[in-house]
Ligand binder design. Structure first.
Ligand code: PLP
Length: 414
């Protein structure tokens, strides 16, 4: 099993919590980091810490070279045609805000429509709310059915000549649903709309080629794919980046600055003002090397098998309601559930006492939870290092919670 091979690579997984082995089931929030990623961060600070794109001394040149090398690795990893299509951001959130600000303010006008889905993370929702409010544009939402599958017939009905953007998550961070982006993008393009994909939960877990997706913008976060926090990616078609005004203004994104006006560098540097997260962006390249060494198809296959196991085991626990599709080819390893005995936070607290890390709450998807009719869920999310014994521990923990919270008969009166 893949997990047995790679677990050794993750030092954090060796620890115990409350005397019990740490069972980490929260990789949708952030993944753990392999030793070589941690070492690469230390190596940067110990050996060639310097600002990039400006110093002409040796270690500054090395830092610049490695930063650009990492951009190239990421471009190859997602099948981009050129490294200049990869813009480093802090995160998915910043990447989407970049598009909403720079592309959105130049292209969205009063009366235009932006189509989103009811399963979006707040980071692919709030930036469009801000833009729509500023431009008097309208937001429209593709609903999902009882299985957590997008209703594409509704999408067809929502599309019109007013649609300027379709912004959709590739994989839901709650339902696990993998959306048919290729089909969604083709339909959007036929209607003349631009397409953004929130790939925060897909790029870390399956082979993703931006060419195959057929989207115009793709956003993802390094920290969810074995990389450090502070490094995210916006991929975009070069011609779109070239036509877009800048996002942040400041050092390193300019060609010529005069007191009253400036000219800007070509993409991607036009969008990378100031000192970026140098170490994190460099080390994201190391994470990409690590994932590629294992193989994204192998990671996807492993997660599919383990998702199957998780769904089957959780379904055996009395009182557990599972959300999201059952078909394994339509979903990833994010499994949200509710129990009939306690609030998800209480369940997560009991699990924590058993050494099990899961997330409880709305997972930054309040409208999705409202649509499900629950205020919150407990979420177990899988990655390459999880195995069946992690899921067995989760199931044991749920039995403990059930035992603790189940109503007991009142003691008999004497
Ligand atoms: N989109 C999805 C689907 C996510 O799951 C997340 C993070 O949980 C984000 C966007 C935001 O990612 P970040 O917090 O790294 O910007």
């Amino acid at each position: 099993m893949l997990a047995e091979r790679v677990r050794e690579d993750f030092p954090i997984l060796k620890q115990t919590v409350y005397g019990k082995p740490l069972v980490y089931l929260d990789s949708a929030a952030t993944s753990q980091k392999p030793r070589r990623v941690i070492d690469a961060l230390v190596r940067y600070y110990q050996e060639y810490n310097a600002n990039i794109h400006r110093g002409i001394y040796r270690i500054a040149e090395e830092a610049t070279m490695r930063y650009e090398q990492s951009r190239g690795k990421i471009a190859a990893f997602i099948g981009a045609t050129r490294p200049e299509e990869v813009v480093f951001t802090r995160s998915t959130t910043e990447a989407i805000n970049l598009v909403a600000y720079a592309w959105g303010r130049a292209n969205i006008r009063a009366g235009d429509e932006i189509i989103l889905t009811e399963m979006e993370h707040h980071s692919n929702l709030v930036p469009w709310q801000l833009l729509a409010a500023e431009k008097q544009a309208k937001l429209r939402f593709i609903p999902f059915d009882g299985q957590g599958i997008l209703q594409l017939d509704e999408y067809q009905r929502l599309l019109s000549e007013r649609t300027k953007l379709v912004a959709v998550t590739h994989q839901s961070n709650v339902l696990g649903t993998i959306n048919p982006i290729k089909e969604i993008a083709m339909t959007a393009h036929a209607a003349g709309a631009t397409v953004l994909v929130d790939a925060a939960q897909s790029v870390p877990h399956m082979p993703v080629s931006v060419g195959d997706l057929g989207a115009d913008f793709v956003a993802f976060s390094g920290h969810k794919m074995c990389g450090p926090t502070g490094a995210g990616v916006l991929w975009a078609r070069y011609d779109l980046l070239d036509a877009m005004p800048p996002f942040h203004g400041g050092g390193e994104m300019i060609m010529l600055v005069q007191l009253e006006s400036s000219t800007y560098k070509d993409p991607p540097h036009k969008f990378e003002a100031g000192t970026p997260s140098i170490a994190d962006c460099i080390v994201l390249g190391e994470a990409v090397d690590y994932l590629q060494g294992i193989g994204m198809a192998a990671i996807r296959a492993h997660e599919q098998r383990l998702t199957d196991y998780t769904l089957r085991r959780l379904a055996e626990v009395e009182g557990v309601t599972l959300f999201g599709p059952r078909q394994l080819d339509r979903r990833g390893g994010v499994v949200a559930f509710a129990t009939d005995v306690a609030h998800p936070h209480d369940v997560a607290q009991v699990l924590d006492q058993e050494g099990i890390a899961v997330r409880a709450g709305h997972h930054c998807t309040q409208p999705l939870h409202r649509r499900l009719g629950v205020a919150a869920t407990t979420r177990a999310s899988l990655y390459l290092y999880n195995n069946e014994s992690d899921i067995d521990a989760l199931v044991r923990g749920l039995h403990v919670a059930r035992h603790l919270f189940s109503p007991r008969p009142a003691p008999a009166k004497r």
